[in-house]
Ligand binder design. Structure first.
Ligand code: 1GP
Length: 249
């Protein structure tokens, strides 16, 4: 399976993608069942698995459970270098390029490199940019970095460009899980106009309207966690928004 090539091809065709974020610590198993059922029914493209903590050692168990129940690709979205598992299909190899914490720019990558080199996982290097979402999120606290201010589109553009020029294969604009203010459409549009690699957007997306607006602004792949955890039925509505732009409208 070549997730990245598929994603790039989809981008070229003007097709959009949805990843449902599963935080192994937060999702009750009963909800997981409901989420899986709806995700299969609606054709969700990916599951992203991870969180800022993942303290309960549930990562392998959740991956095994999801794998048993469906074929939706499982992508690790690790909060730190301990959240690794061969049970997934791919990993976002994240460099926190909006911050200036060397551990998250390169340090943890050095630690996890030997494991990843041996692993069967598809490794997708990703420039991860934390954008101020109006509240202090777990990522902000745990990463010990400042997010890019929400109104500073120029800083976001230069950071994303630098990431692409460094060879990162995707850019991920994230207001952080549970953000009060999701990333603005104007920032998405500005970053989209500056880069040619796939653009992921997440953090605080709660409605199909916001999902659609983000996709129209240039997001290629949306990541939604909290809102779906609270109301799995949203999968249907957000997938309808994703599908409505199939032909690049
Ligand atoms: C967080 O972008 C993801 O890293 C998802 O955020 O949980 O707010 O949807 P939400």
């Amino acid at each position: 399976m070549h997730l990245y090539e598929n994603l790039k091809a989809a981008k070229q065709r003007g097709e959009k993608r949805l990843a449902v974020l599963i935080d192994p610590d937060k999702l009750r198993l009963q909800r997981l069942e409901q989420v899986l059922e709806l995700a299969v029914e609606c054709g969700v493209h990916y599951f992203f698995i991870g969180g800022s903590l993942v303290v309960n050692n549930m990562l392998d168990a959740v991956l095994a459970e999801v794998r048993q129940r469906c074929d939706i690709p499982l992508v690790l979205f690790p909060g730190n270098s301990f959240q690794l598992s061969y049970r997934a299909d791919a990993i976002l190899f994240l460099s926190l390029i909006s911050g200036r914490n060397p551990e998250l720019l390169i340090g943890q990558h050095v630690i996890s490199a030997p494991f990843l080199k041996m692993s069967p996982l598809e490794i997708i290097s990703t420039g991860y940019m934390l954008i101020d979402g109006g509240v202090q999120t777990a990522v902000q606290y745990m990463s010990n970095t400042y997010p890019i201010p929400a109104g500073k589109n120029d800083i976001a553009v230069c950071t994303a460009l630098a990431g692409e020029l460094l060879g990162l294969k995707m850019i991920y604009l994230d207001a952080g899980s549970g953000a009060k203010n999701p990333v603005s459409e104007s920032m998405i549009e500005a970053v989209h106009g500056a880069i040619s690699v796939p653009l992921l957007v997440g953090g605080g997306i709660r409605t199909p309207e916001k999902a659609l607006a983000n996709l129209r602004a240039g997001a290629d792949l949306l990541v939604v966690g909290n809102a779906i955890e609270q109301d799995p039925g949203l999968i249907r509505e957000i997938m309808a928004a994703v599908g409505s732009l199939k032909f690049g409208v």
